[in-house]
Write a protein that binds this ligand. Structure first.
Ligand code: FES
Length: 233
């Protein structure tokens, strides 16, 4: 696929380099075709029906997510990702240009455009997490896994991805592993999360320092009666 940018014609792959977007799988790893499973074809109809007539392109995001989940279920090793053929299939189904789908898929880091590990560890390094020690969390993960940020382990078990703020700054520093948040981390906790995953045990999600959600670790400091009523203390 060629992209016209100013007077320069770029290939899709060189566009990703140019725009410094996430790494796309090389041609040799791209499947020639993609079809949705029977179960997902049924779901696609329901998803498209959520949007008003003529606004079907709003379904691009949920369909990209569906592809990633289907790939995760069918890939023998590793987690879910989105091949180019799947983006073209979405464009075809929604009657939009393939570029519209590429634009969305390359903008959000939650869409993996190359094969990733079974555990995709997304490390937030934006300012609040950074101020609370995200650099040490990344260092601990790299050391424990023997890979660098952006890399995948040879056994396809782990990928380390750098992401921007995931909206959980109150529990900084935090990471996301696949669909779940792990918060209030220290380098020691990060190491222990990884050694558990090496034994195929995904630890309990949420704050890792014992506090309830984003509540003060000492307990509620206001609305105490309400907190008791809601059974959070
Ligand atoms: S800065 Fe990390 S979650 Fe907001």
């Amino acid at each position: 696929m060629d992209i016209l940018k100013g007077s320069i014609v770029l290939t899709l792959e060189s566009y990703y380099d140019f725009a410094m977007k996430p790494i796309i799988a090389p041609e040799k790893d791209q499947p020639k075709s993609f079809s949705f499973s029977k179960k997902h074809k049924k779901l696609i109809k329901e998803i498209i029906a959520r949007y008003p007539e003529g606004k079907q392109k709003s379904a691009i995001m949920p369909l990209l997510d569906l592809v990633q989940r289907q790939m995760s279920e069918t890939t023998k090793k590793g987690g879910g990702w989105i091949p180019r053929a799947a983006m073209d299939e979405i464009a075809n189904r929604l009657d939009v240009s393939p570029m519209k789908v590429y634009e969305v898929a390359t903008f959000y880091t939650m869409y993996n455009l190359r094969p990733v590990g079974k555990y995709n560890i997304q490390c937030c390094t934006t300012t609040p997490c950074w101020l609370r020690g995200s650099a040490d969390i990344v260092k601990a993960a790299e050391k424990e896994l023997g890979i660098k940020m952006g890399q995948t382990s040879d056994d396809m078990q782990f990928t380390l991805t750098e992401v921007e703020c995931m909206g959980a700054c109150v529990n900084a520093p935090m990471i996301q592993i696949n669909d779940d948040y792990f918060e209030d981390l220290t380098p020691e906790v990060m190491q222990s999360l990884i050694s558990n995953m090496k034994k195929n045990k995904l630890p309990e999600k949420g704050p890792q320092n014992g506090r309830c959600n984003s509540m003060n670790i000492e307990g509620p400091t206001s609305l105490e009666a309400e907190a008791k009523k809601a059974k959070v203390v």
